[in-house]
Ligand binder design. Structure first.
Ligand code: SF4
Ligand code: SF4
Length: 470
């Protein structure tokens, strides 16, 4: 695919350099020897750290993705950024990955060391270069992995983007939002800095709400040992949407479940997935696994969250260096089991509005959870209709990859959201259901920006509404 450069900047605040500007800058550099190679200017401490980290952390799968690209351009048709700006080559996945690939070639690959001009190898030379790379890897990609699944050569562009994010995070060249959320997660154990007092108060408040609604006491136990499962949640549920905890508690109660929340280690979300900081990823995941072991829980149930599911069920064990000996599942799987075994009964006529389903990237493409939510939705809604494309080919809500925390990239995100808006509108549904709290906010932004006549719901809400009480 050939694309014409529109001349627009790929990011809001940094113009692209011309080739001659770039050459002039490189020619002025007093390079120094580092081992056998001339690498960086004296004093460019961040560049040195970046290149050292790159060499230390590169892995075989990353090298494969660095080298396997044949520049066919097919991935351009998979990326919502490139689709929203079809005349701008800087939006294509291959362009974004090439900004990392050319550094790898210059620094590590023999062709790029010997003949950099031949393979377009180029090193960063100063903080402005690192900042430009930051704006590309954080601001122009939601890490949705749609390009990854659509690459005929198996190039994992999203993994390269995350790798570069991790290097930049380590040297502190990060968007302010990423820095703030990471700090909060390190300091408080959860990414919204919820204090233990607020956490316990909110759980107590939900207990009182349920008691007044149902006339019976519904337990929301904390740190109860020997439970069937330990429930882990997204801090957004405590801070902005505690209804989802009450809905889950009500369903668990009528299913006769013995469950608990932990006092510490309850955050199943993990900003390490977005920032590429695996030390943070390991810290958060370890808190959660340790809590389940301490409480002797038989399994971990993960509430509705895409990146939380991917981090807790799949990636976290590697980051934390933890044996994967604790069964875990999404709450959607738990709900499906209740319905299959008759532990709860539902009436689908209580959800009469047309509902469509948004597959979250981290659940569908990276988590293989596509059929269970549909199975549940077909039983709790009268008019379920598919969005197209769907399952592993669905488009991102546009808020993935931590982009909701990076306000500076919002205008570009909303421009790229055109694809999602068209997809939502074509369903004619009044409700779009997602099983991810992050997608709730991403989709709500899209609906508002493109003035769509629909609202976002989650599966616990629909199941709770359809629940037939004994
Ligand atoms: S990443 Fe894959 S699809 Fe994209 S240009 Fe390279 S080989 Fe082609
Ligand atoms: S991961 Fe998603 S947003 Fe990022 S380049 Fe690939 S398709 Fe585009």
């Amino acid at each position: 695919m050939r694309r014409k450069n529109s001349g627009r900047s790929p990011v809001v605040d940094l113009p692209l350099e011309t080739a001659s500007q770039r050459k002039a800058k490189e020619d002025k550099l007093p390079s120094v020897e580092s081992g056998r190679l001339k690498l960086y200017e004296p004093g460019a401490a961040n560049v040195k750290k970046f290149l050292d980290l790159l060499a230390a952390r590169i892995t075989r799968p990353l090298v494969a993705s660095m080298t396997a690209c044949v520049h066919c351009g097919l991935c351009a048709d998979a990326c919502h950024y490139a689709m929203a700006r079809p005349d701008d080559p800087t939006m294509t996945p291959v362009y974004k990955a090439d900004q990392i690939r050319r550094i790898f070639k210059r620094h590590m690959d023999w062709t790029g060391r010997i003949a950099p001009w031949w393979v377009h190898a180029r090193r960063p030379v100063d903080d402005a270069d690192l900042n430009r790379l930051k704006n590309i890897v954080f601001g122009m990609c939601s890490g949705c992995r749609r390009c990854t699944l659509n690459c005929p050569m198996g190039v994992d562009t999203a993994a390269l983007i995350r790798f570069a994010r991790g290097l930049l995070t380590e040297i502190g060249v990060v968007p302010e939002g990423v820095f703030n959320v990471s700090r909060d997660e390190w300091e408080t154990g959860n990414q919204m800095a919820v204090t233990e007092e607020d956490y316990l108060d909110t759980l107590d408040w939900m207990k009182q709400e349920l008691a007044s609604e149902l006339g019976v006491e519904v337990e929301i136990a904390v740190d109860r040992e020997d439970c069937d499962f330990m429930y882990s949640i997204n801090p957004r549920e405590i801070k902005f949407d505690p209804r989802s905890i009450a809905q889950a508690a009500k369903i668990f109660h009528f299913a006769g479940e013995k469950w608990t929340l932990p006092r510490w280690g309850w955050d199943q979300t993990n900003f390490g997935l977005f920032s590429g900081d695996e030390a943070l990823g390991g810290y958060v995941a370890r808190n959660l696994y340790d809590a389940a072991v301490r409480l002797k829980a038989k399994r971990i149930v993960i509430s509705e969250c895409g990146h939380g599911y991917r981090s807790t069920r799949w990636e976290g064990y590697n980051w934390a260096g933890y044996d994967q000996n604790l069964p875990s599942e999404s709450v959607i799987v738990t709900l499906k089991r209740y319905l299959e075994t008759g532990r709860i009964r539902v009436d689908r006529t209580r959800n009469p509005e047309p509902v469509t389903f948004h597959d979250s990237c981290n659940l569908a493409r990276s988590g293989d959870l596509t059929e269970e939510p549909r199975w549940v939705l077909e039983r709790v809604c009268s008019d379920f209709r598919e969005m197209h494309p769907n399952r592993t080919e669905n488009f991102c809500c546009t808020g993935g990859g931590g982009l909701l925390s990076m306000a500076e990239y919002r205008p570009l995100r909303m421009e790229a959201a055109k694809i999602k808006a068209e997809q939502l509108k074509a369903t004619g549904a009044k409700l779009v259901c997602t099983i991810c709290h992050n997608c709730v906010d991403g989709l709500t932004d899209v609906i508002k920006h493109y003035k769509l006549d629909m609202r976002v719901v989650q599966i616990l809400e629909l199941v709770e509404k359809a629940l037939v009480l004994p």
